[in-house]
Ligand binder design. Structure first.
Ligand SMILES: [Zn+2]
Length: 599
């Protein structure tokens, strides 16, 4: 199929049609809209099975009414299309005949669900369509928008892809060379909808994933997609000591070998001269499983929530100097990727990281402390591998262990699967860890890699022609792979709002000419067959800074806080009775009114 998707509307686009057209364009496809009055002409012009048609059941109903026999019209639709997607089947409306006809009598009715605790059950029978969600069950369903297809005794021509309470919710029916997808949901998610906090896959699943899965299935590599399914388990805070709290590095490596996963230590730069040599040796020897990234600078309270670029730039420079020293003295590599202490950061912190040529930031929340009043994140922001809305600097969202459906959404969107935990997670000797990792490893094709490789290869790609593909970079240091057996041209682009000047762009070490068009940096490069190109975008740091170094009082406060945190993690955490008293002590030192020093 060579044609672009056709979205059919009746007189004008309904709001859900507009949302569907936005989703189509999100995937890099051109959405053609056709009115029902001209659909017949469009079908007459097309070769058999050359079209992909999307429409609501109400629109198809409006079109069918102009025919004496709707069955003939629907047969013609399937004769001209390879793929048909019809959404919006609801109870008590007269559109059920469309579902009945498109499934050769397989669907008899559409019903409501009464219970409010029901779950989506994604079939594992068609993983090429349902992808990472195959076999998952999660809830609760949205009773206001989600319904079920009541099937007749003879429903052989259709396959249920998602069901609710044993009743098909999303089905595919095949006839000749046409696959028809029917969805008993009366809403499509708006990718421009504002989101507070993080996207919750359960509340968006029915309105977003079936349509997105359909587009990915019908248009395959023509849609923007990630190249890899990467995973990494990130443990915050520990210095490179033999043991820290419940974490022991040798035991961690043994668990990674046993259960097959890879870890990154989010390392507090303040600890750069406090490492055990046997642990640094372990990191050097086991780079296949262990990597390091940067976790704050002193790890003091909300140090990256400041909005003062002078302070932030100085902090980032000091953190970098400490990490470089750790690298020099111990021959330890680290990912130039920042994990924000206590999850707090400002937009200016992203600017400071970008100015210092950091590659990415990781955080549990995508929203900065000072998010723009009118510029909070949208659904679309969470569907890219990283959030780049603020300053164009990539922020990868990571998650605590939980339901697989959240991680399935990450992988579906081309995001790496990034899990975060602390030493307390190992309190049970690794039982929870083993169970959770084995569930994650049920994702087919999941590759556990070091954080550096992950962020550098987490870009989106789509095929434009046999010879040309496009790449949408997330990070300033990326490795673009051409896995085809022919040399291809890659059109590379990256969102650059222009707040930090670009010094140069290097491809495989050579300066490359680039254009800036509407805040998008763009250039082309040729990549030989089965090869890769290393892209490095360097920024100029024009921010003010102080020379690294702090006053005695400030250094003493940082030292006291770090020692207390280590006392808490190494001693108090292992004794429940002492723990509560220790928390109060930590609160006193850190000057915080609420909880003690967090991670
Ligand atoms: Zn921390």
């Amino acid at each position: 199929m060579k044609s672009e998707p056709i979205l059919v509307h009746h007189t004008r686009l309904a709001p859900d049609d507009v949302y569907l057209s936005r989703l189509i364009e999100f995937f890099g496809l051109t959405c053609r809209t056709v009115d029902t009055s001209t659909l017949d002409t469009e079908l007459d012009r097309a070769a058999d099975h050359d079209l992909c048609i999307l429409a609501s059941a109400a629109v198809i109903d409006g079109w069918c009414r102009s025919f004496a026999n709707p069955v003939v019209a629907l047969d013609k639709l399937r004769q001209k299309a390879s793929f048909v997607f019809v959404y919006g089947f609801v109870p008590e409306l007269s559109t059920v005949y469309i579902a009945t006809s498109l499934t050769e009598g397989g669907i008899a009715d559409v019903r409501r669900f009464k219970r409010t605790d029901l779950r989506y059950q994604v079939s594992s029978s068609r993983p090429e369509i349902t992808r990472e969600f195959s076999g998952l069950s999660f809830g609760c369903v949205r009773n206001a928008t989600d319904f079920g297809f009541v099937c007749s005794a003879d429903s052989r021509s259709m396959v249920s892809l998602v069901s609710i309470e044993g009743t098909p919710f999303w089905i595919v029916a095949e006839k000749d060379r046409c696959k028809t997808f029917l969805l008993a949901c009366n809403a499509i998610a708006d990718t421009q909808e504002r989101i507070k906090g993080n996207i919750d896959v359960t509340s968006y699943f029915s309105r977003l994933l079936p349509a997105a899965m359909f587009l990915r299935f019908a248009f395959t590599s023509r849609c923007w997609h990630g190249k890899h399914q990467f995973g990494n388990f990130i443990i915050d805070d520990p210095p490179l000591k033999r043991s820290y709290g419940y974490l022991n590095f040798r035991e961690l490596v043994s668990k990674m070998d046993t259960y097959d996963f890879a870890s990154t230590i989010a390392f507090i730069p303040w600890n750069y001269r406090r490492s055990d040599s046997e642990v640094t040796q372990l990191f050097r020897e086991r780079q296949d499983r262990l990597s390091l990234c940067v976790h704050g600078c002193d790890h003091t309270e909300a140090e990256f929530s400041s909005t003062d670029l002078y302070v932030l730039n100085s902090k980032v420079r000091l953190a970098s100097a400490r990490m470089n020293c750790l690298h020099r003295e111990n021959n330890l590599c680290f990912a130039k990727t920042m994990v924000f202490p206590q999850g707090g950061f400002s937009i200016e912190a992203l600017t400071a990281l970008k100015s210092n040529n950091y590659v990415a930031a990781l955080n549990s929340s995508g929203s900065p402390a000072n998010a723009w009043a009118d510029g909070s994140l949208t659904v679309a922001d969470f569907l890219y591998p990283a959030i780049t809305r603020y300053t164009g600097f990539p922020l990868f969202v990571r998650r605590y262990p939980g339901g697989l459906e959240q991680f399935a959404l990450d992988l579906f969107c081309g995001k790496p699967l990034l899990v975060v935990e602390h030493h307390e997670y190992f309190k049970d000797g690794g039982a929870h860890l083993a169970e959770f990792i084995s569930r994650l490893n049920s994702f087919e094709g999941l590759q556990w890699r070091g954080l550096n490789e992950i962020v550098m290869k987490s870009y989106l790609e789509r095929e434009i022609s046999n010879e040309v593909f496009a790449c949408r970079l997330q990070t300033n240091h990326s490795v673009i792979e051409n896995q085809a057996e022919r040399e291809r041209t890659c059109i590379v682009n990256k969102f650059e709002p222009g707040d930090v000047p670009v010094q140069n762009v290097l491809v495989n070490g050579r300066p490359t000419r680039f254009k800036m068009i509407d805040h998008v940096l763009e250039f082309e490069t040729r990549i030989p067959a089965f090869s890769s190109g290393v892209v490095k975008i360097a920024y100029r740091n024009l921010l003010p800074h102080v020379t690294p170094g702090q006053g005695f009082a400030a250094r003493s406060r940082v030292w006291a806080r770090r020692m207390l945190c280590e006392f808490r993690d190494n001693v108090l955490c292992r004794n429940d009775l002492l723990f509560a008293g220790g928390q109060a002590l930590c609160r006193g030192i850190s000057g915080r009114a609420a909880a003690g020093p967090t991670h």
